[in-house]
Design a protein around this ligand. Structure first.
Ligand SMILES: Cc1ncc(COP(=O)(O)O)c(C=O)c1O
Length: 386
């Protein structure tokens, strides 16, 4: 199979025959767009690393040092942030980094700045820790620009943490160097900890460059906890592995103390697959997945343009589109209608905050054939609402 076909090979029948909650939560006539899991095969190099680990019986308690070394080398090389294995903690996916950051920076009642819209587990982390969310709004009409003046207005003497997601789920924005510098200045001037979720760092369009916030200066590095993972780039969410980095030793020691006895990182099998996902072995994958996603984005834009009553933000990063529907229905009503009438399962926009009203979020990491079927169904259903 030539590489292009590799990423364009998903069929409805094939996806239904494969494991994974995305295609199996709803009845089989429903096309799922709700979960950020790509419909791509798994890289042969990752499968080989996993199988080798099984052959080697790497199933006892084992040190995670080799994986942390590979992570630190990648952070130094690709993220431009000098890191050692001691600066890295392996987490069970990316979510634990959100919780650890709050436990590190806040006491109940303290304020956490979080975008609206934003990937909803950030809100959950704030709710569960009895801290107070302060919304830093992102507006579609402004191209979801990160307005640093608005951020400054939200800082008080109770602000302890700023949550950042870059590239941004669900807005699809990639922060510019100026936006990141503005954010870094606010954090440094006010001594506020920043937790940046950079899970989507590889899924970036139009030759943009992902910039790691902590790489901007030693001052912002000292205040920053950065988190990455593998689920979005390689479609391996099931490995349940992420990693965070804090180059501030005092901060890392404190984070380790909080984590002790609560989170144990990832399995030996996931850790065994880490090196091939972090070194240059899969450069071809990261390049080709983006070639395919550029085609898919162009197809989605063409189909959205021909759909009346729909506007959408430019997708700069992630494979999540966040169109807005002007049909006099709430996000919840529209999601239900699309499920019942079109047999399409989207994510409800307001799941990502009040500013998600009117939007549906859709994962577009699939084949052209499935995307065309999605838009055929969507357009037929919307036609009936006229
Ligand atoms: C921004 C962001 N962070 C974290 C996650 C969770 O990733 P993982 O399952 O690798 O922990 C997701 C999943 O979609 C995400 O979009």
């Amino acid at each position: 199979m030539i590489r292009e076909e590799f990423f364009n090979s998903a069929t409805i029948e094939g996806m239904l025959a494969a494991p994974g909650i995305k295609w199996h939560r709803d009845p089989p006539d429903v096309i799922p767009l709700w979960l950020a899991d790509p419909d791509f095969p798994i890289a042969p190099e990752i499968k080989r690393a996993l199988l080798n680990a099984v052959h080697d019986e790497d199933l006892f308690y084992n040190s995670d040092e080799k994986a942390r070394e590979a992570m630190a080398a990648k952070i130094t090389r690709r993220n431009g942030l000098e890191a050692t294995a001691d600066d890295v903690m392996i987490t069970q996916g990316v979510l634990p980094a959100m919780w650890l950051s709050i436990w590190y920076a806040c006491k109940p009642g303290d304020e956490v700045i979080v975008n609206d819209p934003m990937y909803f587990p950030f809100f959950t982390a704030v709710e569960r820790t009895e801290t107070k969310p302060i919304y830093w709004p992102l507006e579609m009409e402004e191209g979801y620009r990160f307005d640093v003046e608005r951020l400054k207005e939200r800082v008080t003497d109770r602000t302890r943490l700023i949550f950042v997601c870059n590239p941004h789920n669900p807005c699809g924005r990639v922060m510019t160097k100026e936006e990141l510098k503005g954010l870094a200045d606010v954090a440094v001037d006010n001594n506020i900890v920043v937790m940046v979720d950079e899970l989507w760092e590889d899924i970036i369009f139009d030759g943009r460059k992902h910039i790691t916030l902590a790489s901007l200066s030693p001052e912002i590095a000292d205040l920053t906890i950065t988190s990455w993972g593998f689920s979005k780039t390689y479609g391996v969410a099931g490995l349940q592995m992420g990693y965070l980095c804090a180059t501030n030793k005092e901060m890392m020691d404190h984070l380790k103390k909080i984590a002790r006895g609560v989170q144990r990182g990832a399995s030996t099998l996931a850790r065994a697959a880490a090196p091939v996902m972090l070194d240059d072995t899969l450069n071809w994958w990261r390049e080709d997945v983006m070639k395919h996603l550029h085609k898919i984005r162009a197809l989605c834009e063409k189909r959205l343009e021909e759909t009346p009553g729909v506007t959408y933000p430019q997708l700069e990063g992630t494979y999540l589109m966040f169109p807005k529907f002007d049909y006099g229905m709430t996000s919840e009503e529209l999601e239900k209608y699309m499920f019942e009438e079109a047999r399409l399962r989207f994510s409800v926009g307001t799941q990502f905050g009040p500013r998600g009203e009117g939007h549906l979020r859709m994962c577009i990491a699939t084949s052209e054939a499935i995307i065309n079927e999605v838009f055929d169904r969507m357009q037929r259903a919307l036609e009936k609402l006229k």
